[in-house]
Design a binder for this molecule. Structure first.
Ligand code: GTP
Ligand code: MG
Ligand code: ZN
Length: 339
């Protein structure tokens, strides 16, 4: 596994849950509570250097019950987002994920712009996306059909599956996408039925779900922790608390993949640094006026691109600040050595 800890006494495990700085690790010896070594904690530069749900880790287990995590194996993928509130801090949604299920309900929750945001994060993280629309039992079929049409006219090349967690309609289609040995991460707003889906697929009430008639529609979160569970076929599913905002960070490659229509058109703009807002000879404005490009797609792209470049700028600023602080410390040390 490319681990430097090959000696006896070390195990490999997978992080299945995280509570503050205590991790639950699934190992051959069962589920073990574990902490990271002091060394790992002190050398960590940021959140990414700590274990996250989905990570493979090397740990030493004491008394078959408590573990110390020595290292995190290189991640094949990692879904991140900007933390809400705390600026310039990131949150890891999951590591070593193969597919993200982008879950929305066909009721008021349906939102194409938000789907594109999730998709950008997936594209940036090298995670394949599958769109899952829930609660088809509460709307007339015509509404679901209309939603499918609207999704497919803006997003292509991704499976779009309609399900009901009540009647289980659409489950067989969804299950045909859930492959043994792969890891799936459920992303979506609170109350769309992520935990209900996981409970139904496992046949166990592992996850707490919101009750009908409670305030789940008003933004109360039922799931409060990330958690990874295994299905009988060996596929792993990560449940997430519902997200209110999906901030775009350094996602230029993700943007390019998600908005390829726009990037392709932009190649036809007269100026290389075209802002696609008022330039003459702008291929995108031209496509907008002749109906070739949808206004909604353009608006969402412009909004997300603004966020992305803002993030990029503030990151540059932060690096500059860190660098000048580093210089200050270095100069200070030099001065003091002279004396
Ligand atoms: N009618 C109907 N109700 C559903 C469906 N899926 C989920 N629900 C209900 O919606 C409510 C919220 O479901 P949860 O599974 O807790 O939603 P969640 O996405 O896990 O929400 P958070 O944990 O807060 O992010 C529950 O009352 C479910 O019974 C569905 O397909 N149809
Ligand atoms: Mg939940
Ligand atoms: Zn342009």
């Amino acid at each position: 596994m490319g681990s430097e800890f090959k000696t006896d006494g070390f195990e490999t495990g997978r992080i299945i849950a995280e509570h503050k700085e205590l991790y639950i690790v699934r190992t051959d010896l069962g589920e073990i509570e574990a902490e990271v070594t002091g060394n790992l904690r002190f050398t960590a530069k940021g959140r990414e250097d700590f274990p996250a749900v989905g990570d493979l880790v090397t740990l030493k287990i004491y008394d078959n019950s408590f573990g110390i995590i020595y290292e995190i194996h290189p991640r094949s993928s990692c879904i991140k987002r900007e933390s809400v509130g705390k600026q310039s801090d990131i949150q890891i949604i999951g590591a070593n994920i193969d597919y993200a299920l982008l879950v929305q309900a066909v009721d008021r929750d349906f939102n194409l712009n938000r789907l594109e945001r999730y998709l950008t994060i997936c594209n940036e993280s090298h995670v394949s996306a599958i769109i899952v629309m829930t609660k088809t039992d509460i709307v007339p079929e015509k509404i679901s059909e209309d939603i499918r049409f609207r999704i497919c006219s803006r997003i292509s090349g991704i499976p779009v599956i309609f399900i009901s967690n009540e009647t289980r309609k659409g489950y067989s289609e969804l299950l045909s996408h859930i492959k043994p040995g792969k890891t799936y991460c459920l992303l979506g707003s609170s109350g769309v039925g992520k935990s209900t889906l996981i409970n139904n697929l496992t046949g166990k009430d592992l996850m707490k779900t919101g009750e009908i008639g409670t305030q789940t529609n008003k933004g109360k979160h039922t799931t409060s922790h990330r958690e990874l569970i295994y299905l009988e076929n060996g596929a792993a599913l990560i449940d997430n608390p519902g997200m209110r905002e999906v901030g775009i960070t350094n996602a230029s490659a993700g943007m390019e993949a998600t908005f390829d229509t726009i990037y392709r058109l932009a190649k036809g703009c007269r100026f290389n640094d075209c802002t696609h807002t008022n330039e003459s000879g702008c291929r995108i404005l031209n496509a907008l006026s002749n109906g070739e490009l949808s206004v909604e797609l353009y608006n969402n792209y412009m909004k997300m691109e603004k966020e992305r470049s803002f993030f990029e700028l503030s990151e540059l600023e932060r690096r500059k600040r860190d660098r000048s602080f580093g210089m200050m410390v270095k100069n200070y040390k030099k001065e003091h050595r002279k004396k």
